[in-house]
Design a protein around this ligand. Structure first.
Ligand SMILES: C[S@@+](CC[C@H](N)C(=O)[O-])C[C@H]1O[C@@H](n2cnc3c(N)ncnc32)[C@H](O)[C@@H]1O
Length: 313
């Protein structure tokens, strides 16, 4: 950066912090957060278009490649869903009814679906007659959700910054999304919006590899990258009385829907075009050649839904 730009920047920072004291500190903090947000969106754009390597991004941010990936690669994956929102809506499974019954206590009325995506869990909460608010960071996912679950309250936000008042909901459900959040910020933020005694539930659908063709499919999917997800996470204070359950069920889907399920995985969305095409081709070959799959109109995918619930002290 040239000297002139440096002088401008220092002048800008001085102007923002001008009142000094707590007011200046608050204004400076807001400004830093806005800049952080912009930095993250530039990094996401660079990674989506494969325009810069993590090495180059690290250098531009004054840190090492490892530092940059540690800090932003999860965010880049977490922010990738919008690019495949339609495939997500078509290809991803819903959840079994018993997962809703485990996740939401009978006495609950007002429920927050956090990281609601295209509304796969939201629609079950609405069908159960609950007063639901869905919070989701991706604009494209929110658009799919609003179309799929008409009339539900949908808000832009994240687990780290929930646009709801204190003690406002009886239950919070996070389906297939807790692994994307920064738990140091999300735990106190969820506790803030939950009334004391309210329930936080974390839910994941996991493909059941006991079925041989599912194990083969996962070998194909994981040859490029594998995301290890802790589906039995520890929930710190103020959450207590943690309980867990597993539900086995099957999701029926067509060949095209299975390909959409693959295309909507975050690690597939962020692959370079050539690798993504190759991977989808290999999945197509498996579908055409495996004796349990070839020629079938309807495929039956076995899932295990893992649920964790805890009470807010
Ligand atoms: C795998 S999808 C799950 C969507 C939906 N809950 C479902 O079960 O189909 C993960 C969602 O988490 C959202 N997400 C990513 N980071 C998040 C964060 N920090 N807070 C809340 N949601 C986040 C993504 O935009 C995406 O819609």
């Amino acid at each position: 950066m040239g000297d002139g730009a440096n002088v401008d920047l220092v002048g800008h920072v001085d102007a923002v912090a001008a009142p000094g004291g707590l007011v200046g500190l608050g204004r400076l903090t807001e400004s830093i957060m806005a800049m952080e947000g912009r930095r993250t969106s530039i990094i996401n754009e660079l990674r989506r278009g494969r325009v810069a390597s993590w090495d180059e991004i690290g250098k531009a941010c004054g840190m090492t490649r490892q530092g940059a990936t540690r800090r932003w690669s999860r965010q880049a994956h977490a922010g990738s869903f919008g690019a495949a929102a339609e495939a997500y809506r078509r290809g991803r499974p819903g959840y079994p009814q018993s997962a809703v019954e485990f996740a939401v206590p009978r006495r609950a009325r007002r429920v927050l679906d956090l990281g609601a995506g295209t509304g796969k869990f939201t629609e079950l909460l609405v069908a159960a007659g609950l007063d639901v608010v869905a919070v989701e960071p991706s604009e494209e996912m929110r658009a799919q959700l609003a179309a799929a679950v008409p009339g539900v309250a949908v808000r832009a936000g994240s687990a780290e910054s929930i646009p709801l008042p204190d003690d406002g909901v009886d239950a919070v459900v996070v389906a297939q999304a807790w692994h994307w959040v920064d738990t140091a910020l999300a735990v106190p933020e969820v506790a803030r919006v939950l009334r004391p005694g309210g329930t936080l539930s974390l839910v994941w659908n996991v493909r059941d590899h006991a079925e041989p063709w599912v194990a083969l499919l996962d070998n194909v999917l994981h040859q490029h990258t594998r995301q290890e997800i802790d589906t039995e996470p520890v929930l710190p204070s103020p959450f207590e009385q943690v309980e867990r359950t597993e539900i086995r069920w099957r999701h029926t889907l067509s060949r095209a829907e299975l390909l959409d399920m693959v295309a909507s995985r975050s690690y597939v969305i962020v692959l370079p075009e050539q690798d993504r095409t190759q991977l989808l081709g290999e999945v197509g070959e498996l579908l055409d050649s495996h004796p349990d799959l070839k020629g079938r109109d309807a495929l039956s995918m076995p899932y295990i839904t893992r649920c964790t619930r805890a009470l807010r002290a």
